[in-house]
Design a protein around this ligand. Structure first.
Ligand SMILES: [Zn+2]
Length: 419
């Protein structure tokens, strides 16, 4: 009887959950079929290089020094792993942080990138981003542009003239520090708009990589400039941040419940190794020509809620190593830097003529995986809150029923003994 009740409760839970989640369907597996074409997929590893948070942002989030071992888990380790696999990467450096870190220190970051044979390009966070703990607001004096507005954190917040001035300063800084002008740019938070492209053209920076389909900060979505395809807009070549659609299912036995979908970039931090591999395969199969493999300078480190404790993210270190291993083994994938992309494009833009396809990747999670993700997402997601609280109620009811059952059994047993 108790078992029947528990079964009923679980069934009720599944019915409630199916109402909350969009659909209950049996999903088809994402299968890849071999492609006869010999076209190459160009992977561009890009690392947004920046550090805003905590007491030692440069040390913790750019160099990645998080313990006393002398190891650097930031840009040096990213380069070590790239070198191990014989590839080079592009570091989009937020040069404007010299106001926070000091000019000498930011120059050293750029020099280090160049001296190790990697590609240093321009990343624009025109105002030093607010520190959620120490500096809740962007403060005046962190930046010089447009003094009438204090909270202009992103490129799209500035008019064309000011965006052009921001880019000009960044370009001059790179020239002064490493003797090279940037050929490529990525707006901080992907927050570019069509003025940004115009301002890039004015500054003779002809490659942009800020387009992030459906990202709330990216105004190149109005209208949508591109999804995954390289396009040219007023002489500026857009190499979009590569995206795929991720559809998640909760798998309980043969039942598959859709728990959500999102647009994900191809990012060591955002994706599992399986998602990285499957998406690369899908881009290749559907003739998308470039894929940006995304990292930050701080991808290999983790921190606590007030940025006081930093530690190593071993899982991401291994993931990066493993995906480069996969890439290295695949003769149809070639890794290039943004600088190499620009050279190749100037020689023959046809190389990069491909499709604009957005792959759909289906992910099946076990109950515990979904619960772990829900706990992580709980502070911001109402859906996750509902999922956790419904489960807590179920646990409570089940515990009560089990206790109740034990009590009854004991009573029966005692009565039986007495008789
Ligand atoms: Zn950034």
């Amino acid at each position: 009887m108790i078992i029947q009740k528990i079964f009923k409760i679980i069934l009720l839970y599944l019915i409630i959950y199916s109402l909350i989640s969009p659909t209950i369907i049996s999903a088809t597996d994402f299968t890849t079929t071999p492609d006869a074409s010999s076209d190459t997929l160009y992977v561009i590893i890009t690392i947004d290089t920046e550090g805003f948070y905590g007491k030692h942002p440069l040390k913790n989030m750019i160099w990645g020094e998080v313990d006393n071992s002398g190891m650097q888990y930031g840009i040096p380790m990213i380069m070590d792993i790239c070198d191990k696999h014989g590839v080079k990467a592009t570091f989009f450096v937020d040069v404007y942080e010299y106001r926070l870190q000091g000019e000498e220190k930011m120059r050293n970051v750029c020099k280090y990138i160049k001296d190790r044979g990697f590609d240093a390009q321009l990343h624009t966070h025109p105002a030093v981003r607010p520190d959620p703990v120490k500096r809740p607001k962007v403060t005046k004096g962190m930046y010089n542009y447009d003094p009438h507005c204090w909270n202009k954190e992103r490129m799209r917040d500035y008019d064309l003239e000011n965006q052009s001035a921001i880019l000009e300063e960044g370009k001059e800084l790179l020239m002064k520090w490493i003797g090279e002008e940037p050929v490529a740019h990525r707006a901080g938070g992907y927050a570019a708009n069509y003025d940004t492209l115009q301002a890039l053209k004015e500054n003779s920076i002809f490659v942009d990589s800020s387009m992030f389909y459906l990202h709330p900060h990216c105004d190149l979505n109005y209208p949508v400039l591109t999804h995954n395809k390289v396009v040219k807009y007023q002489n500026v070549i857009e190499v979009p941040v590569s995206v795929f659609e991720r559809i998640r299912y909760l798998e309980v036995g043969s039942l598959r419940i859709k728990v959500g979908e999102d647009i994900s970039k191809v990012d060591i931090d955002w994706n599992s190794l399986d998602e990285l591999k499957t998406s690369l395969e899908a881009f290749k199969q559907h003739k998308v020509r470039t894929v940006t493999l995304f990292l930050h300078s701080y991808t290999f480190v983790k921190w606590d809620s007030d940025f006081s404790q930093f530690s190593i993210d071993q899982e991401d270190i291994e993931k990066f190593d493993q995906i480069l291993d996969e890439i290295e083994k695949n003769p149809r994938i070639r890794v290039i830097t943004m600088k190499e992309f620009y050279d190749l494009y100037q020689k023959d833009p046809k190389i990069f003529e491909g499709s604009d396809y957005i792959p759909e990747i289906t992910v099946y999670d076990s109950y515990w995986q979904v619960m772990r993700k829900a706990i992580n997402a709980a502070p911001e997601s109402i859906k996750a809150d509902i999922f956790i609280s419904t489960n807590l109620v179920i646990y409570g009811v089940c515990t009560y029923l089990v206790m109740f059952g034990i009590k009854r059994y004991r009573r029966k047993y005692r009565r039986g003994k007495k008789a």
